[in-house]
Every structure is written in structure tokens, then in C-alpha cells.
Design a protein around this ligand. Structure first.
Ligand SMILES: *[C@@H]1O[C@H](CO)[C@@H](O)[C@H](O)[C@H]1NC(C)=O
Ligand SMILES: *[C@@H]1O[C@H](CO)[C@@H](O)[C@H](O)[C@H]1NC(C)=O
Ligand SMILES: *[C@@H]1O[C@H](CO)[C@@H](O)[C@H](O)[C@H]1NC(C)=O
Ligand SMILES: *[C@@H]1O[C@H](CO)[C@@H](O)[C@H](O)[C@H]1NC(C)=O
Length: 349
């Protein structure tokens, strides 16, 4: 089940304990995933790059390939496993490594996650110019110990997992071939305007759970970006310009207090916007800010709104609980669906 559905079900539970037992159907609207290319933010890590890959998601050393008596003629760092029948992958995950072993030139998929690696030394990927995926999540990599040119030479790299590390700055320069960039759960404090320059194929950018205060216009040029997760940061403003292909924008748990007029016109395919747990007031919103015809879901819960902002009639789910909207305003508000999501405010969930 997707994370979003879980979230809603949790909310539902509270709701049904409150006063809407008699209307159990409204949330079925929520089942709309077929309408879009929905990215699951908690998609499993890439243990299985291609279908024919014979191993499951087990991380232990219990691979069933070969046997100890079968010599592997190809080079493989002794700390790692290089399955003979999947010659372009190298497994070095979950083994207390403190450094990165040199990557042989034939590798396309390398897995170093969940170790104690704190640096990415210059040269370590120099021979492996065909790398497609690098998994380095769950280590202790600090920005000062990332070689300056480490990634830019990897002209084919599509996925880079650097989440759950100790990064304080955006890594870079990054190869233009990237499709997914995972930088969540670090301590990055800003995204410079040029940090993501030229990443024309980037479709998903994960920056949640950092300490980001400022992203400037860094997102604007990402013309393939579909998912942007900036939740759990310290942003006071929305990004200066949205990517035009964007479908999912997650900014919950920040300090955003204003959204410019016509802001969402820059992203005509936008379907889901989450801005819950921010500092939005009606004064910070132009009258038509959220009246965007592509939006299906808008979460404005836990802000400081006193009035229901105008929304498009296409919107399927609007969350407004945890604001300061009073009953009178409510009565003048929209249809039943609107009041239902509002009432969660009172149910002490
Ligand atoms: C890197 O590639 C060069 C040229 O093919 C080769 O001579 C060298 O041994 C390789 N280095 C390692 C550590 O594999
Ligand atoms: C990384 O952060 C963790 C948690 O804050 C800390 O325990 C660890 O010492 C840090 N490692 C480095 C290399 O800074
Ligand atoms: C982006 O993707 C397209 C289509 O897959 C590919 O032809 C192109 O080379 C990629 N761009 C870069 C900079 O890698
Ligand atoms: C929302 O936008 C539509 C089309 O742009 C417009 O017709 C409608 O009046 C707007 N709704 C509100 C409440 O302003």
C-alpha cells in the first residue's frame, strides 16, 4: 500500500471515532492512483535492477550463486560479492565498510548501502564510467569528504542514492544523465541556483528531512521532474518557479507563509500538493492561488487559515483540519466533502 493511502487511513480511523461513521464513502475518492504516474516515495531500494536478476531482497551473504569451488576469473574487491551470473553488479552493502573499494570497470550497479563509509575518495569510480546506479545510502558521508569531480565523469549514471548520510551541502557537479536523485535525511541547508543545472532527465528529486532554508530558482529548469519532495525542511518560501512537468509537490512540515498568485500556473500537470504543517494565512494567499484546474489533492491542514481558499471544482480532496476556520465560515463553505475533512480539527487525532 502506498504511503499516502496509509496516511489517509490513519486519519480515517480518527474520523470514524468522531462523528462521520455515517458517511464512510467520501474517502473512496482518494483511490485515484490510476490517473497518474504516481511515484511511491518509499519505493524499495534497487536490489533488482533488471527482471532476470535471480536474487531476492535478502541482504545477507546467503546468495545462491556458484559455489566456493567455482573460481571467479573477474576482479572483484575482496570485501564485496560479484555474482558471476550478474557480472555488472557489485554488492558491498551491510558489512561495516569504512571506505569505498575501487570499482572495476565493468560495473553498472554498485551497492554500498548501510556501512560506515564517511568519504568518497577521488578516483574510486574512475574506471567504472558505465555506472548506471550507485547506492550509498545509510552511511556517514560528509560533504567535505566527497571528491569534487567524483560524479561528473559518470556520463550514464541514472540513479544516485545518497540519502541517510551526513551531507551538509548539495553534491556536485552531477551528471546530466541522472533520473533519480535521493538526498533525503541529510543536513543540507540550501540548494544553490545552479546545483541541479542541466539535469534534463531528472524525474524524481528527494530532499525531505534536511535543513533546507532556501532553494531559489534551482528547480525551475528541471524539465522532466515529476516528483519533488521538500517536506520536513525549514523553507519559508515555495521554490521560485516550478518545473513544468511536475505532478507531485510535497512541502509539508516547513515554515511556508505565502504562495504567490498564479504560482501553480507554471505547473499545469500538477496533481498533488501537500502543504500541511506550514504557516499559511489567508493574507499570504492571493484569491486564486489554489484555483488550479489540474489539482486533485490539496493538503492545507495544520496552517493558520481562517477562511477556505477558493479551489477548482476538479479538486477531489481538500484537507483543512487544524486551521482556524470557524463553523460559520464552514456553513458558507463548499459541499459535504469539504466539511468532512475540516471536522478532523475537533477530533483530537
Ligand atoms: C583501471 O583501468 C586501467 C586501464 O584499463 C587499468 O590499467 C587499471 O588497472 C584499472 N585500475 C584498477 C584499479 O582496476
Ligand atoms: C553522522 O551523523 C551521526 C548522527 O548525527 C553521528 O553519530 C556520526 O558521528 C556522524 N558521522 C560523521 C562522520 O560525521
Ligand atoms: C535523456 O534521456 C534521453 C532519452 O532516454 C537520452 O537520449 C538522453 O541522452 C538523456 N540525456 C542525457 C543528458 O543523458
Ligand atoms: C477558478 O478559475 C476558473 C477558471 O480560471 C474561474 O472560472 C473561476 O471563477 C475561479 N474560481 C474562483 C472561486 O475564483
Amino acid at each position: 500500500m502506498q504511503w499516502t493511502s496509509l496516511l489517509l487511513l490513519a486519519g480515517l480511523f480518527c474520523l470514524s471515532q468522531a462523528q462521520y461513521d455515517d458517511d464512510p464513502h467520501w474517502w473512496f475518492q482518494y483511490l485515484r492512483s490510476q490517473q497518474s504516474t504516481y511515484y511511491d516515495p518509499y519505493e524499495p531500494y534497487p536490489y533488482e535492477p533488471y527482471d532476470p536478476y535471480p536474487y531476492g531482497v535478502d541482504e545477507g551473504p546467503a546468495y545462491s550463486y556458484g559455489s566456493p569451488s567455482l573460481p571467479d576469473p573477474r576482479d572483484c574487491p575482496q570485501e564485496c560479492d560479484c555474482p558471476p551470473n550478474f557480472p555488472t553488479a557489485m554488492y558491498c552493502d551491510n558489512r561495516n565498510l569504512k571506505y569505498l573499494p575501487f570499482v572495476p570497470s565493468r560495473m553498472k550497479y554498485v551497492y554500498f548501502q548501510n556501512n560506515q563509509i564517511s568519504s568518497i575518495q577521488e578516483g574510486v569510480f574512475d574506471n567504472a564510467t558505465g555506472l548506471l546506479w550507485i547506492a550509498l545510502h545509510g552511511n556517514q558521508i560528509t560533504s567535505d569528504k566527497v571528491g569534487r569531480k567524483i560524479f561528473s565523469k559518470l556520463k550514464h549514471l541514472e540513479r544516485l542514492y545518497l540519502d541517510h548520510n551526513n551531507l551538509t551541502r548539495m553534491p556536485g557537479p552531477l551528471p546530466r544523465s541522472l533520473r533519480e536523485l535521493h538526498l533525503d535525511h541529510n543536513q543540507i541547508s540550501r540548494v544553490p541556483n545552479n546545483a541541479l543545472e542541466g539535469l534534463e532527465n531528472l524525474t524524481a528529486l528527494y530532499l525531505q528531512h534536511n535543513e533546507i532554508q532556501e532553494v531559489g530558482s534551482s528547480m525551475r529548469g528541471l524539465r522532466s521532474l515529476i516528483l519533488l519532495d521538500l517536506s520536513y525542511n525549514h523553507l519559508r518560501r515555495v521554490p521560485d518557479g516550478l518545473p513544468s512537468a511536475l505532478e507531485q509537490l510535497y512541502m509539508e512540515h516547513n515554515n511556508v507563509y505565502t504562495v504567490p498568485d498564479s504560482y501553480f500556473r507554471g505547473a499545469p500537470k500538477l496533481l498533488y500538493v501537500r502543504l500541511s504543517h506550514n504557516s499559511l494565512t489567508n493574507n499570504g494567499l492571493a484569491s486564486n492561488t489554489f484555483n488550479s484546474s489540474s489539482l486533485l489533492e490539496l493538503d492545507l491542514s495544520y496552517n493558520q487559515l481562517q477562511k477556505i481558499p477558493p479551489v477548482s471544482t476538479n479538486l477531489e480532496n481538500l484537507y483543512l483540519q487544524g486551521n482556524r476556520i470557524n463553523g460559520e465560515t464552514l456553513a458558507k463553505g463548499g459541499g459535504d466533502w469539504l466539511s468532512i475533512s475540516l471536522e478532523r480539527h475537533d477530533s483530537e487525532c
